[in-house]
Write a protein that binds this ligand. Structure first.
Ligand SMILES: Cc1cc2nc3c(=O)[nH]c(=O)nc-3n(C[C@H](O)[C@H](O)[C@H](O)COP(=O)(O)OP(=O)(O)OC[C@H]3O[C@@H](n4cnc5c(N)ncnc54)[C@H](O)[C@@H]3O)c2cc1C
Length: 434
């Protein structure tokens, strides 16, 4: 038994932990009779809430399944095991002219985790989600069966498993279509905006000409000021710089370092520093795509009580009003979030039955856990999301009410047909009842 917590560090609970290292033995290892209670795959544990937790049950650790199986140098099709890290794919293949088409804001996640949450990056408007680039995957079920599925073969299993919260079976391996890339550099622009209307104008006008767009919004000022960043691949520079080693948050402070005393000055300084440095530049892909990976275990900064991440997507027609309403609630509450991310998703329907991204605007916020006052604020944000017919991202969630999940994910009943009866998580028990 081992104590495991998720990225938000809201709980520390005991799990029966089974590391998996041999893809040919997965089918046997995950069979119900070989486990303590129900099981669940666990990748890098980079999900913030309880989606990768299964206290008192079994966790199948996937990071030992870290082999590349096959690569076609002509087409860029990569087959690999599900515990391979996105960072390892990027660092190995970018110098060879191939990159992952879609990556989230941390590359310290596994291929299996990226599929199970159908993660998105800063280029959703152009290339959709991670699942859009999976040609095929191998799924093992706890009843001892195995199947290969993809968008054209066994598609019903594929669309249930992509974004399927790890509940349809164990992803053993996947085929990912990499895309050709000229090098590791990006042409970037950093543009300050002073309110939400300016943000939406920038987002709209960047959609056609910029591959990557994202913004940071200062939610301690309810005006909606922020910094908009956009980037395209640089076609000329080839050499990669020597990357500095990551630093690590060395200890868990007794109280959260993110608090009312530090938030306002931090956000003020960050905004003004970025504003001062606004303009064009050339940036390596790692600091642009994965700025937080530079400080390993930065989540410890929030102290022993941990923190909540809250990520919603709101349909575009009410996106500005609902975002403004959320900012007002946050300001009123005094809870404040540091490093809030605001970006638009492109006009694409969700890929998997439970994939999160849908057309609209998405806001991601981190709140230190102040228990009941934080819960009250999050409930007020829920009401705004519900009224706007939006949805919450399960990969980040530890507390959304079941009725909000049901309202946000209309294909839930169809999804339930594909659940594996031998798999369960804290999130599935909370939101699905088992
Ligand atoms: C700093 C940071 C930035 C982030 N930015 C983004 C972002 O921009 N966009 C975004 O979409 N997400 C983002 N995330 C969230 C992160 O990408 C997802 O939570 C991702 O799923 C984590 O992968 P993991 O390997 O850690 O999986 P875990 O968190 O360990 O597991 C996640 C889910 O995947 C399932 N799973 C894992 N492996 C398998 C397998 N082999 N078979 C079946 N199911 C499996 C688990 O059961 C669980 O349900 C970010 C996270 C962090 C910490």
């Amino acid at each position: 038994m081992k104590s495991i917590s998720s990225w938000g560090r809201l709980s520390q609970e005991m799990h029966h932990v089974t590391p998996l290292n041999d893809r040919n033995k997965v089918r046997d290892s995950i069979r119900h009779k070989n486990n303590h209670g129900l099981g669940l795959a666990h990748g890098m544990g980079r999900s913030y809430g309880d989606i990768a937790l299964n206290p008192n049950g079994t966790l199948w650790l996937t990071t030992g399944l870290n082999h590349l199986i096959d690569f076609d140098v002509h087409s860029g099709l990569l087959r690999c095991e599900a515990g391979v890290l996105l960072r390892d794919i990027q660092r190995l293949f970018i110098p060879k002219g191939w990159a992952l088409p879609v990556t989230p804001g941390s590359q310290l996640v596994t291929v299996g985790g990226a599929i199970a949450n159908d993660v998105h990056g800063k280029n959703h408007h152009l290339l959709g989600t991670f699942g859009d680039h999976i040609q095929s995957l191998k799924l093992a079920r706890t009843d001892g069966t195995e199947l290969e599925c993809g968008p054209t073969h066994n598609p019903e299993w594929f669309f249930a498993t992509v974004g399927g919260l790890g509940l349809t079976g164990f992803i053993v391996a996947a085929e990912i279509q990499l895309r050709p890339i000229s090098g590791p550099w990006l042409d970037t622009e950093t543009i300050p905006y002073s309110n939400l209307s300016e943000f939406f104008e920038l987002a709209d006008s960047s959609e056609n000409d910029w591959e990557h767009t994202v913004s940071w919004i200062d939610c301690m000022s309810n005006k909606g000021q922020g910094i908009f960043m956009r980037a395209n691949s640089n076609q000329e520079l080839e050499d990669a710089p020597k990357m500095k080693a990551e630093k690590k948050m060395p200890f868990v402070p007794p109280i959260s370092l993110v608090n009312t005393l530090t938030l306002r000055p931090f956000n003020f300084v960050y905004y003004n520093l970025k504003k001062y440095k606004a303009g064009s530049g050339i940036t390596h892909y790692e600091p642009f795509f994965y700025p937080l990976d530079k400080l390993l275990e930065w989540n410890r900064m929030y102290g022993p009580k941990g923190f909540f991440q809250y990520q919603s997507v709101i349909p575009r027609n009410v996106g500005q009003d609902a975002t403004q309403a959320m900012l007002r609630e946050i300001e009123k509450s005094g809870e404040g979030s540091f490093l809030a991310v605001l970006k638009t998703f492109g006009n694409r329907e969700p890929l998997g039955l439970l994939s999160f991204p849908e057309p609209g605007v998405t806001l991601a916020l981190d709140f230190p856990n102040h228990q009941s006052s934080t819960h009250k604020l999050l409930a007020r944000l829920d009401a705004i999301v519900k009224e706007a017919k939006g949805r919450i991202y399960p990969a980040k969630d530890a507390r959304m009410p079941r009725e909000l999940f049901e309202a946000g994910y209309p294909k839930l009943n169809e999804f339930l047909k594909y659940r594996d009866a031998g798999i369960s998580s804290s999130l599935s028990r909370r939101l699905l009842g088992s």
